[in-house]
Design a protein around this ligand. Structure first.
Ligand code: UDP
Length: 241
């Protein structure tokens, strides 16, 4: 594994999709009990003023470069960063390999019904896949012990958590020991996209590194969050100097 790269304090792994998948497979084989994060510019920006998130990210076994902004920042700071590893794509690659390796997967997060729809989609896309449990992501704190029990009882090898940033990272970190799951990943909008309630940017926009713009346009509520991007660019620029 190549050495981690520092982007505004967040240690990011300069891995290709293939390396990331192989690494996660190894963690599952070894039943490591690790967290994997997918760091885009917005997450890294947030970590610059959210010490708890920063600490969690730097405690993750693997932090993949999700988003054109992260790849750009690494290059701008003079590091190698082979490609973007989007959380959605990483999740799909792991699911594609799951039936053959008999991996058990749990979907936790998103609005009621979404994880179930995502499960149906996964079963169509990846015949034989074992989605061993689903749970929506809208709960009160008092429900958390029961959610933990539900996940423990399902004994997943891989836990995909879609509560948004930084809730998913903080939740996973808080319960990581109790959960005892070999690999947990915060996957943001992945279940929404699988369920068809949200769209990913078309390929050409992804290639043109414009996925962030597409998401901002599609979810006007997020438009304010787009400001994180120019701020990120400025901050990385200053960090270089
Ligand atoms: N979500 C959730 N519980 C919450 C808040 C959000 O399950 O309390 C879900 C929401 O329904 C969506 C996902 O978390 O499916 C957040 O997706 P988004 O694309 O906003 O992720 P981010 O960009 O923040 O990683």
């Amino acid at each position: 594994m190549p050495e981690k790269i520092d982007i505004l304090g967040v240690q990011v792994d300069p891995v290709t999709m293939q390396q990331a998948v192989r690494q996660v497979e190894t963690y599952m084989d070894e039943r490591s009990g690790v967290m994997v994060a997918t760091a885009n510019a917005e997450m890294i920006m947030r970590a610059t003023h959210d010490g708890e998130l920063l600490h969690i990210l730097n405690d993750c076994a693997l932090v993949v470069p999700d988003g054109a902004g992260t790849v750009w920042a690494a290059h701008h700071l003079g590091h190698e960063m082979p490609e973007r590893v989007a959380g959605y794509d990483l999740a799909q690659e792991l699911m594609r390999r799951a039936p053959e390796k008999k991996r058990r997967i749990f979907f936790f997060g998103s609005a009621p019904g979404v994880a179930e729809l995502a499960k149906k989609k996964a079963e169509t896309l990846y015949p034989g896949i074992e989605i061993v449990g689903t749970r929506n992501g809208f709960f009160a704190e008092k429900d958390e012990p029961e959610i933990v029990k539900e996940i423990q009882a399902a004994k997943p090898d891989l836990l995909l958590v879609a509560l948004g940033v930084p809730k998913q990272e903080k939740w996973l970190y808080k319960y990581r020991r109790e959960l005892g799951v070999p690999v947990s990943i915060g996957v943001g909008g992945t279940l929404d996209v699988m369920a068809g309630v949200m769209k990913r940017a078309p390929r050409w926009m992804q290639k043109a590194k414009l996925e962030w713009l597409f998401r901002g346009m599609l979810q006007p509520k997020r438009a304010g969050r787009l400001m994180a991007l120019p701020k990120f660019v400025l901050k990385v620029h200053r960090a270089k100097r």
